[in-house]
Design a protein around this ligand. Structure first.
Ligand code: LLP
Length: 407
């Protein structure tokens, strides 16, 4: 994203032109930024290591295809995310399946699809995988997702590695599953996995989880399991406001240093750090209104389009798409949804008039994927820009789409 002569641009294209042509609200992504972000990981991994982009961050087929072309593997959390990856042409041997609630159908589909690994999160899940493996008469490679009891200090909703979280396995479950797997002969524990949370700026937290993974891997190896892979999850953060961003180079330098003399392949599952700063949400100012001391800019995007501010009190930078020649004022930017919490940004100094457009920055991750149809609002159109080329990668929903399943 850059500014050329007072105009916000995505690569070589003016955002104001796209807003006029395609309407608002609209998501725009830069393929160049996604490729650069991915390369920051790719440049640091060893030949056998693998980057499995976390599909949940942004699952648009065209973005998945772009990442396939860069050599990415994928971390999926549902059968449908797995289907998306296969549809996008992903290599099945580069797909790992995380998540605490995998259904019978999802596990069956994953085993039949011959993916790299199912990351087990409970004893019950292990038993289910074993039953299905027996039915299909197929052996399955699995990872044990451990819970290392590490707090990352980010928003409580995106912590996943503390003792009482629903994710991962404690020591007793690890012991149980590893013994049952050995008896089973159909389930191979080939990897140890861990993901301690999201928006992490201190790489050392991931290093601590790596230490826990190495401990478990060594213990299981001495019991006869052939552990070949350590999947260190995703979680590196970006700078939304003034936080420190995580740095793939620092993380991977330390990881490689730590693993010297050991024979483990590494998997990473980055999501946010690959796509977040590649996306913007463009919205039009419908009205400007005052309420007591407060000035509201009422915009045409709501919490249904971008839920992060309402759900996590997340801060996204707001920029004018074209700066109007008026005095700058402080505004709360409120959406059309009938909820008091539908305020996407507070107290932002902007030079705006009704019908101007503003952009919410850094919404490429956990933006459109978390959008809903609340208030019967239609989900936005999405564009992917490459240089001076624009591709519609998701059309705007229509009223007919909205009621299709009810007719
Ligand atoms: N691997 C696993 C098993 C995960 O659960 C996640 C994210 C990732 C990888 C990718 O993490 P990342 O690199 O993106 O931090 N909706 C929240 C974030 C939820 C993250 C869920 N798990 C938000 O908008 O901040």
């Amino acid at each position: 994203m850059k500014e050329i002569e007072g105009q916000l641009c995505v690569e070589d294209i003016r955002v104001s032109d796209l807003a006029i042509e395609h309407g608002t609200p609209l998501f725009i992504y830069s393929s160049g930024v996604i490729k650069d972000n991915f390369k920051r990981y790719k440049d640091e991994i060893r030949d056998d290591d693998l980057i499995c982009y976390a599909v949940k961050a942004n699952s648009n087929l065209h973005i998945l295809k772009l990442l396939v072309s860069q050599g990415s593997g994928f971390d999926v959390v549902s059968g449908n995310e797995l289907k998306r990856c296969l549809t996008a042409g992903a290599d099945k041997k580069k797909i790992v399946f995380s998540g605490v609630a995998k259904s019978i159908e999802e596990i069956k589909f994953a085993i039949e699809s011959d993916i790299l690994s199912i990351n087990i999160e409970s004893v019950g899940e292990f038993e289910r995988i074993l039953e299905i493996a027996k039915d299909l008469k197929k052996s399955v490679n699995c990872a044990l997702r451990i819970n290392p009891d590490i707090s990352i200090g980010s928003h409580k909703y995106i912590e996943t590695g503390t003792k009482t979280s629903k994710f991962g396995l404690d020591n007793e479950a690890i012991r149980n599953i590893s013994e049952l797997a050995q008896e089973s002969e159909l389930i191979n524990i080939t990897a140890i996995a861990c993901h301690i949370g999201s928006q992490i700026s201190d790489e050392n937290l991931i290093l601590s989880s790596l230490d826990s993974m190495i401990d478990v891997a060594i213990k299981l190896s001495t019991k006869g399991h052939a552990i070949k892979i350590l999947d260190i999850g995703g979680g590196l953060g970006i700078r939304y406001k003034d936080e420190d961003a995580g740095d793939p180079k620092i993380l991977l330098t330390k990881v490689k240093e730590r693993l010297k003399g050991m024979d483990y392949k590494i998997i990473l599952e980055p999501g946010r750090s690959v796509v977040a700063n590649a996306g913007i949400l463009v919205t039009k100012i419908e009205y400007i209104k005052e309420a007591g001391e407060k000035k509201f800019a009422i915009i045409d995007a709501g919490m249904n389009d971008l839920i992060r501010p309402s759900l996590y009190e997340a801060w996204h930078e707001v920029r004018e798409v074209e700066v109007s020649n008026v005095e700058a004022c402080h505004y709360d930017l409120a959406g059309p949804v009938c909820e008091t919490g539908d305020v996407l940004a507070k107290d932002r100094k902007l030079k705006i008039l009704p019908n101007d457009c503003v952009a919410f920055m850094d919404v490429g991750a956990y933006g459109s994927v978390m959008a809903s149809n609340y208030n019967s609002r239609l989900k936005p159109i999405e564009l992917l820009v490459t240089g001076n080329k624009v591709k519609v990668i998701k059309r705007r929903e229509s009223f007919e789409d909205l009621i299709a399943l009810e007719s």
